[in-house]
Write a protein that binds this ligand. Sequence first.
Ligand code: EPZ
Length: 430
Amino acid sequence: MNQYVIRGGHPLFGEITVSGAKNAAVAIIPAALLVDGVCRIENVPQISDVTLFFSILEELGAKVRVLNRHAVEIDCRNIRSTTPSYELARRIRASYYLLGALLGRFGKATVAMPGGCNFGVRPIDQHVKGFRLMGADVIEGGLIQAEARDGRLHGANIYMDVVSVGATMNVMMAAVLAEGTTTIDNAAKEPHIVDLANFLNSMGADIKGAGTDTIKIRGVEKLTGGTYGIIPDQIEAGTYMAAVAATGGQVLIKNVIPKHMECISSKLQEMGVEIFEQDDTLLVRRSKPLHRTNVKTLPYPGFPTDMQPQITVALALAEGTSIVTEGVWDNRFKYVGELKRLGAKVQVDGKVAVVEGVDRFEGAPIQACDLRAGAALVIAGLAANGETHLGNIQYIERGYEDMVGKLRAVGADIQIVDVPEDEKVEPKIG
Ligand code: EPZ
């Protein structure tokens, strides 16, 4: 199962329900290691990155009981190892959260670090700086070994040199059971930062200020368990909104937090997309040609880098020339080569893309090169006349629950087709 066949050129009509947030889930599930009790986690997205984390936790001694499609119980009372499987951990970028969680609870951790990825070097120096300031010795290599010098971490004042989602969450995890209070300044503010803090607080932690620049974590003796529901996925919702922008039509996007969507909604509105908010839904309609605009990706509440490929696809079909500037990652325009195969006119110079809108795309065989690029190419295929074959869809399945089913429900002609075993490509780290 690793190719999508898309017959595009049709507008989308109907309803899509958004799943739980991937980037919250891949932090909250390892954070269950901090809990000396049973966590029931709801609204868990059914994606392969989550399944992989369940396997990693089970190997460490956790009991993982899947209750239904979107709910799981994780019991970390009898963890027997602080060294997650090298083979499993290296396959998922978010395995760095195992460091903060294991170090925070047991005072030590040895975790395989994934290397760089398709959109540039991904350093973890800010995570390591935080652990060291809290009293850990950290040896970096293919394996990261971290150990609290006197068995337990201590609270510290940590100023992040760059605004980092991963470092903010990792240090937060390490600090919840530390002795004393930790302050994180220049913290990231993404919705999943707040979600992780809410999860940990619901298990007995004492975290204040998540969602602002400064987070204070007062260490507690123990986290004891409870029930928590993950927030809806801002990027999944935004991806389907961009799909409606590119194809035209009208789709009701259900299970969203509209406030989280403002940075995306306002850009789409500038492009002429109509968006109507009601409770936890957004009605998205595109009935006229799209206008050009400029986009620059920034940490939240700026326009998210994880929506950059999807909005670029829509802009490639807008009237006029748009400028897209990638403000977070060094090399996140790799997918543009594939987009050009469909007829897009995009010139990339480093972190800037000049996007000259065209009237239409024509279907062609193309390959996904990472998760969000893959989603963007699905959107391009939906908008293109004729047939698009999209390979390497393993990337997409890492982070989007049932994308094919959700798109088919709004009238898209997309199906999964088997390709021979020897043509399959192992997904890289994303
Ligand atoms: C998270 O990655 C997401 N991944 C990414 O989503 C997302 O693109 C990114 O945040 C930004 O929003 C997960 O949540 C699993 P960062 P993360 O640390 O935490 C630099 C997706 O498609 N930096 O906020 O690894 C870094 O190089 C994925 O869902 C340092 O210099 O990103 C980058 O330029 C892809 N030192 C910037 O900060 C550090 O120690 C932001 O990175 C850490 C980061």
